[in-house]
Write a protein that binds this ligand. Structure first.
Ligand code: SF4
Length: 230
């Protein structure tokens, strides 16, 4: 039976520690705990989600994540089979260029409204979306991609009828990752994927060094606060 409230949160954190002790990185330990709790929460609550493989409506937008989450993605890409890695990097490079053009045109507006890109990017496919409608980086997809779920069939992004379902455990996982980033970099916020990919492309897809994040990720126009309140 799933525990909620502070007891549930403590148990969740214990599972994260256990996963780390088993050799997982902090981010993968949180993801593994989250996946387990999501499955239990769905089973215990009997909630009927309409999401499933092949439905990728929620992949038509610009996702945002923390630096530690992006590090896991870059590591995953570096371990992909050579041909698939080459194709993906090409796709990511094009996406990064599109973002750079958008950013240079809208830098001032983004400083005033860091959420601007969310609307501007609605309906555009995520560069990790495969031609078969599946996520290419599924094992390391970010927290939002693990938890975004609907109680009603979305149809298309433009005419989305999505009815968001919120899981208790998503708040715990989300806030643990933000705290983890704050411990390392002194702030709690996420940046759009385009921003991360632009830095990664310049670094020839090597992991972004922490000092580079302080320089580039410290740009307030691409930081959004997303701490969840429950
Ligand atoms: S990372 Fe994967 S699951 Fe998330 S939006 Fe992109 S394609 Fe979809």
């Amino acid at each position: 039976m799933l525990e909620l409230g502070n007891v549930g949160k403590r148990q969740f954190e214990d599972l994260v520690s256990k996963n780390q002790n088993a050799g997982m990185s902090y981010i993968m330990a949180v993801y593994a705990a989250l996946d387990k709790y999501l499955a239990n929460e769905i089973k215990d609550s009997g909630v009927a989600l309409t999401c499933g493989k092949g439905c990728a409506v929620c992949c038509y937008q610009m996702i945002s994540c923390t630096k530690p989450e992006m590090d896991e993605i870059i590591l995953f890409i570096s371990r992909m089979e050579k041909g698939a890695r080459h194709d993906l990097k090409k796709q990511l490079g094009q996406f990064a260029e599109e973002w750079e053009q958008y950013y240079s045109k809208n830098q001032l507006s983004l400083t005033q409204n860091p959420f601007l890109f969310v609307n501007d990017w609605k309906g555009k496919p995520c560069p990790f979306l495969g031609s078969d409608g599946a996520c290419i980086i599924y094992p390391v997809r970010i927290i939002d991609c693990r938890t975004l779920s609907s109680l009603r069939k979305c149809e298309t992004f433009e005419t989305s009828r999505a009815q968001r379902h919120r899981f208790a455990c998503e708040t715990w996982a989300n806030n643990l990752i933000l705290d983890h980033q704050e411990d390392r970099f002194g702030y709690q916020a996420v940046s759009p994927l385009g921003h991360w990919l632009s830095i990664c492309k310049k670094r020839n897809w090597q992991p972004i060094r922490d000092d580079e994040l302080r320089l580039e990720g410290g740009d307030k126009s691409v930081l959004r606060s997303v701490r969840l309140g429950r």
